[in-house]
Write a new protein. Sequence first.
Length: 114
Amino acid sequence: MPHVAGAHRGLDIWLIQRASALVLAIGLPAFLIYAASQPVLDYATWRGLFAPLPAKVGGLLCIAAVLVHAWIGLREIFIDYVHPLGLRLMLYFAFGVLYLGCLVWAVDILWGVR
């Protein structure tokens, strides 16, 4: 049976968005429980939270999950509502640069904590 191009188009993106939602569903409550369990949320507490490597990796994973989830959502909105291809490509590029900048900034912040 020949492979029909586009027969499973979107399945991989759907799975990636569900995986990012799962990461957020686990990471956000864990973070909120930690924050609620602290008597004082000051700079030293935040610094102590993100000083260990596992916290940095977990935080970066959650930030990446937010960005991937948002990218896929915006992609679907652009496909549905922005019909001129040039405008759609310009929006893809603008948001791609914005999200990449956010990711680089998050890495700089998280790995700047000592």
